[in-house]
Design a protein around this ligand. Structure first.
Ligand code: PAF
Length: 435
């Protein structure tokens, strides 16, 4: 028999009658013994949603031989008997709400059930009645959110728990130094998945010998706070040895998607990206993985790798997030000097100018590329690495002549600050992106 605490609440109809009827049913359910019921308290509705009546809340202590899922089914049947519609819509008035808060000393993390109930200790309408029943709520404070994990073993155990609980898992791989661009990936994952895993790992395999691996910005405390804000469930921040031990020697060879552009300027970069992402896919077994379109070529490389190696993951591209002056958000923007920061807006201006030309009827590939280069040339601080127009999807080269669409991509260096900063940007000719 397990000792279980169930919170009840009602704010529609005869609230007391709904609660008392459900308590009577629990008393008569085989496998359940109701031990004690807290006093009932009246509380205001908390949360976003329509204005609604006050709640009648309390907590019931019981012992049960039922499994957590079987008890959950009983509670849902009681909610339905009181008139509550399924599936539940969040923040709506309800005839009856029955939530498992604690189930013995178990932790459960499945799609239907999370125990200890997250945030219960912050809700006085649950924590108050629990204290009245003599429960030390602080002992049961759920793990901090997000749960920060640094070992592969813990990550794979957590993922196994989620998958066994039928959760749809969304992965946001990052190198940290998180900003609003990353947050938009997390939000997309939060909306579409049951569990969101963010990884923070500055991957040495994707940096060339003269690149900024050691100087890459790192701030795990700030990253954790941003993940908390975005409702991330787990933040995986492994040390180097967890990802690649001393014997590590297998790499993913990449194909045509990695040719040209970043692939030419940064030799070995995409092999390093594909290898680390494959390793993350193998560990985290996500259903969906979220990548920002700023690194558009990376998305093509990762898609090809996932499909060729048979990872059952959907790669989800997310739109570029920009500063109000158009600069695409990047962890490296912090290294721009004041003057270079001002100058850096030329990238988006140049892309928009060519896109505008396309919209007005120019179809010739070289004229469109020429327009981007001409605008970039107006800014002497900007040192372009490449300007390209590539086919959407696989990023194959478009032959000279007329085009019907494609993606314009640019990479350029700004060298005024303490260290040179290399920025990427791109726009789709076809898609109507806000200017
Ligand atoms: O886009 C990035 O931040 C990195 O390339 C990635 C995908 C996290 C792999 O290290």
């Amino acid at each position: 028999m397990e000792l279980v605490y169930v919170a009840f609440g009602s704010n529609v109809g005869d609230r007391k009658a709904h609660v008392e009827a459900s308590l009577d049913c629990l008393r008569n359910t085989p496998g359940i013994s109701v031990l004690r019921v807290s006093g009932m308290i009246e509380t205001d509705f908390v949360g976003a949603g329509p204005e609604q009546e006050r709640f009648l809340n309390g907590v019931v202590e019981l012992k049960t031989s039922l499994t957590p899922m079987a008890l959950l089914c009983v509670l849902q049947a009681l909610e339905a008997a009181a008139g509550r519609k399924f599936p539940h819509e969040t923040n709506q008035p309800r005839e009856l709400d029955l939530d498992i808060i604690l189930f013995g000393s178990r932790t459960i993390d499945t799609r239907e059930l999370v125990v200890p109930h997250p945030r219960y200790h912050e809700r006085e309408f649950v924590a108050g009645p629990m204290r009245e029943l003599g429960v030390d709520v602080d002992v049961w404070v759920p793990k901090s959110s997000p749960l920060v994990i640094d070992s592969v073993e813990m990550l794979t155990a957590k993922v196994a728990e989620w998958l066994a609980g039928d959760c749809l898992v969304g992965l946001v791989p990052t190198m940290g130094s998180l900003h609003e661009g990353h947050k938009s990936l997390m939000r997309a994952a939060r909306e579409q998945c049951d569990r969101v895993l963010v990884t923070v790992f500055v991957n040495p395999l994707q940096f060339g010998p003269t690149e900024d691996f050691s100087a890459y910005p790192r701030d795990l405390a700030a990253d954790t706070a941003l993940c908390r804000d975005a409702g991330v469930d787990v933040l995986f921040a492994p040390a180097l040895g967890q990802m690649f031990d001393e014997q590590f020697s297998s790499y993913v060879a990449v194909g045509s998607e990695a040719e040209g552009m970043e692939g030419s300027v940064r030799a070995g970069h995409f092999q390093g990206v594909a290898t680390v992402v494959a390793r993350l896919f193998a560990m985290a077994r996500p259903h969906r993985a979220y990548f920002g379109e700023k690194d558009a070529q990376q998305i093509a490389v990762v898609r090809r790798m996932a499909s060729d190696l048979g990872f059952p993951v959907r790669v989800e591209p997310c739109a570029i997030v920009r500063e109000s002056d158009g600069l695409a958000l990047s962890s490296r923007n912090v290294y721009l000097s004041k003057n270079d920061r001002q100058a850096s807006t030329v990238l988006y201006r140049a892309l928009c100018s060519a896109r505008e030309q396309f919209r007005r009827g120019t179809r010739d590939r070289d004229q469109l590329l020429g327009r981007v280069r001409a605008v970039l040339a107006t800014e002497p601080r900007c040192r372009p690495d490449y300007v390209e127009l590539r086919r959407e999807g696989d990023f194959s080269e478009l032959p000279p002549g007329n085009v019907v669409g494609g993606r314009l991509l640019v990479a350029a260096k700004f060298v005024d600050g303490d260290r040179p900063v290399r920025l990427l940007d791109n726009v789709s000719l076809a898609k109507g992106e806000a200017q």
